[in-house]
Design a protein around this ligand. Sequence first.
Ligand SMILES: C[S@@+](CC[C@H](N)C(=O)[O-])C[C@H]1O[C@@H](n2cnc3c(N)ncnc32)[C@H](O)[C@@H]1O
Length: 424
Amino acid sequence: MPQDDTSTNELQSPAPLHTTPSTLEIRINPASGRSCYATRTVPAGYTVLAARSPYAYTIWKPFRNEVCAECWRYDQGNRSFLTRRDDEGLEEERKGPVAVKENGRGEKTGAGLWFCDAECQASWLAREGRQMVDLLRTLEGARRAGKTMIEVSDRQDEATKLTKEAIEHTWDTVRQEERSPKVVRRWRENSLNDFETDLARYILLALAHFAREYTSSMASLQQTQELACPRNDTLPGLNGECQWDTFASLQCNELQYLRTYPELLENHIRIYKALKSRFMPAALSDRTPGRIDRPVIDVLASLITVGNVRTALGIDPGNSFGIWEAPLTEESECLGFAVYPGLSFFNHHCAPNVRKERDGRALRFVTTREVGEGEELCISYGQVEGMTWRERRKELSDGWFFDCACGRCIADIAAEMQAQQLST
Ligand SMILES: C[S@@+](CC[C@H](N)C(=O)[O-])C[C@H]1O[C@@H](n2cnc3c(N)ncnc32)[C@H](O)[C@@H]1O
């Protein structure tokens, strides 16, 4: 999983969480794809873009009961500040039967949400809706008992690399299988390990947001809409808060990622099967509480397609930001990852002019120096600034699957070539 150095440690005087769309525009950089450019001179310390909340995210299971699901506060494993769980304390307001399930050991399955207090809980519920708690709880029912950490093995050699055709063929087989409702029902018997369940939570959040956007636009427009995603060359609106169309237009790194970690294809398929089978309307009808909104569930079920799940899985590597324990040190824990679609059009530079500032679940991008009109606005994807160009390239190629074409690398390579020519 690519990681980055997002942290609050650089936060001195928090800039306002406003977005300033007129400050930047997205254009194509021939060497690195879509990229953000300043439309006017921007002073140092200026927030060029911000998002209050990610479109989709996950907190890794080992940290789930140590991190507030709303403000992402983490206190080195101390849990005493977390006083509320899931929708605890709100039971009396429920319309239907309580959606608590039991696992094989007779323990209650929760939704995996812990909050500092009623205020954090209320903020989360106001944004995500109470039915999201039930959806997460339903998904948690698929989690295999026992402890499984992230399972990513060492890189494979060339001979074992997956091809695009092999990936397509594998997914086509899944598409064939799912034609039979009986087969899909059987998929419900499969359980997921922790890594798979955590990735499935991220996908579920994204698709639940999509379903909500879709149903509300249906309600307001009262006309049929096209569910298909926009093409990959779409230039999105410049707003830190985004919808599915911007999310789905992010660069997909499925092939590069699976070629590096081929065994993950199996995890991806298990995740898809769990989502598909557990959120079938029929599967939910006998289990979910009265407050789950049927139209949203029906739309959600229809959005759990091979295409949409692959989109979400392919976006994670290369676009997600690590949620790092702050302040950032060598020992900081990576608590999870989050995708903020509006912020994913910033390219990497080995001498960046924009820094990331995480403030709770909000992320803002702030200039580190004055940036001239027309200049590219770039962040650093990792902590590579102190490395040689060869080290930087390796780090970026290994973690982010691209050969860096930033101005600093081009200049460093050119200087080395010139020095070599002079010495011969
Ligand atoms: C988060 S996306 C940035 C937006 C992307 N350019 C696009 O068109 O969607 C990261 C991807 O942008 C490209 N990229 C970013 N910085 C780059 C750089 N310095 N050199 C080459 N490619 C870069 C790589 O393909 C990388 O995987």
